[in-house]
Design a protein around this ligand. Structure first.
Ligand SMILES: Nc1ncnc2c1ncn2[C@@H]1O[C@H](COP(=O)(O)OP(=O)(O)OP(=O)(O)O)[C@@H](O)[C@H]1O
Ligand SMILES: [Mg+2]
Length: 197
């Protein structure tokens, strides 16, 4: 199947999950995220607000007291890019052009992708080599392109987050696609093993 067909089919699979499955998966996911983090150190972690059947981070966000959580904001200054605004109890919301909620924050009050420790990334499909098919905007790929060239430094850690049914046996990879370090689903934490497929 070509990427366009996979995207179409897997977006459909995600949207078709019943509400009861969604909420079960979100609560199982919370435990798997906590197991993966396992860190006593407070980290700067980018999350997302789930849309269109994406697995929800809400239970994990609601319970988190330890880490600083940031949410992506879409900017198009010269090229499309993501910046990250902190989520606090005072956060006010606005919608971006894709109708996705973002925190209200001025540009100066956002973090660069390089300033994060961990990025939880939504996706349409993934494979066990860490390949990821997103919604097709190239936003995450553009914003984390520096991970493709930096040597001896794999910060921030890029973690795909998905329902287990979003696994595809083997996705093709374009030169600009930034691979994931790991994937968390409601079932397991998968450490990417490039080149084993
Ligand atoms: N680093 C980059 N520089 C310039 N253009 C890029 C870069 N990364 C991706 N793009 C462009 O973005 C378009 C969409 O990329 P792709 O199909 O990989 O999106 P995606 O990974 O599904 O989306 P996203 O990253 O938002 O989840 C591509 O056609 C590509 O030209
Ligand atoms: Mg891509």
């Amino acid at each position: 199947m070509n990427p366009t067909n996979i995207r179409q089919q897997y977006r459909h699979i995600r949207r078709q999950l019943p509400e009861s499955t969604q909420s079960l998966h979100a609560s199982l996911l919370k435990q798997n995220i906590n197991d993966l983090l396992g860190s006593p150190k407070a980290l700067k972690i980018a999350a997302y607000i789930a849309t269109q059947g994406e697995i929800s981070l809400k239970p994990w966000i609601a319970e988190n007291k330890h880490h600083q959580i940031f949410l992506p904001k879409l900017y198009e200054v010269n090229a499309p890019e993501l910046r990250f605004a902190e989520l606090t109890k005072d956060t006010q919301w606005e919608k971006n052009r894709f109708n996705i909620l973002e925190p209200e924050a001025s540009w100066e009050n956002t973090l660069l992708p390089q300033q994060l420790d961990i990025v939880l990334i939504p996706l349409v499909a993934f494979d066990r080599e860490g390949h990821r098919l997103g919604m097709g905007g190239g936003y995450y790929d553009r914003s984390f392109a520096f991970r493709l060239t930096q040597k001896n430094n794999s910060q921030p850690k890029l973690i795909g987050v998905a329902h287990s049914c979003q696994e595809y046996p083997q996705l093709s990879q374009q030169s600009w696609d930034v691979p994931l370090d790991s994937i968390i689903t409601e079932k397991e934490v998968i450490t990417s093993e490039p080149g084993t497929n």
